[in-house]
Write a new protein. Structure first.
Length: 157
């Protein structure tokens, strides 16, 4: 696999992130589980927008909807919107230090959750518990290690 074509790494990381996202956990751990699939889509939308981006967000969201979505297409729409935000500003986000990137990720995850909240409310599947918003903080905390792991091959060369 050449460093110019990260397609296999993108596909592998999306599959691993999907498994980590749908893996059953006890409730007290599930509440704080980071959105691994969202973080993976955001990373690849920033690191390789020509290879990933909005299409990857839509496809990964559709896979997530198949596994756990009450409405087919809600995660696809929300992940595509989040990927669009990162693709359109990928150069600015990449130039920021890790802490600022984590804050941008937290804002993007909050917008992602807000969009899912509105879709759930519109379709009659409201989730009004405050624990829905807890993983925004864990996503910000996990962003730096996740981005380091996903970008390991580029930094190694």
């Amino acid at each position: 696999m050449s460093s110019g074509s990260p397609g296999v790494r993108i596909a592998f990381s999306v599959i691993v992130a999907l498994v980590l996202t749908v893996l059953p956990l006890p409730y007290y751990l599930d509440v704080a589980r980071p959105s691994f699939l969202l973080l993976t889509v955001l990373y690849w939308s920033m690191a390789a927008p020509w290879a990933a981006g909005i299409g990857l967000g839509w496809f990964a969201g559709l896979l997530l909807d198949i596994f756990q979505g009450p409405v087919l297409g809600e995660h696809a729409l929300a992940l595509a919107a989040a990927a669009f935000a990162f693709v359109s500003e990928h150069q600015k986000i990449r130039s920021k230090p890790w802490f600022q990137q984590a804050l941008i990720v937290m804002i993007t995850v909050a917008a992602y959750e807000a969009l899912l909240f509105f879709i759930d409310e519109y379709t009659g599947h409201p989730v009004t518990k405050l624990v829905r918003w807890v993983h925004i903080i864990t996503d910000g905390i996990v962003w730096a290690p996740a981005a380091t792991i996903l970008g390991y091959r580029e930094r190694r060369a």
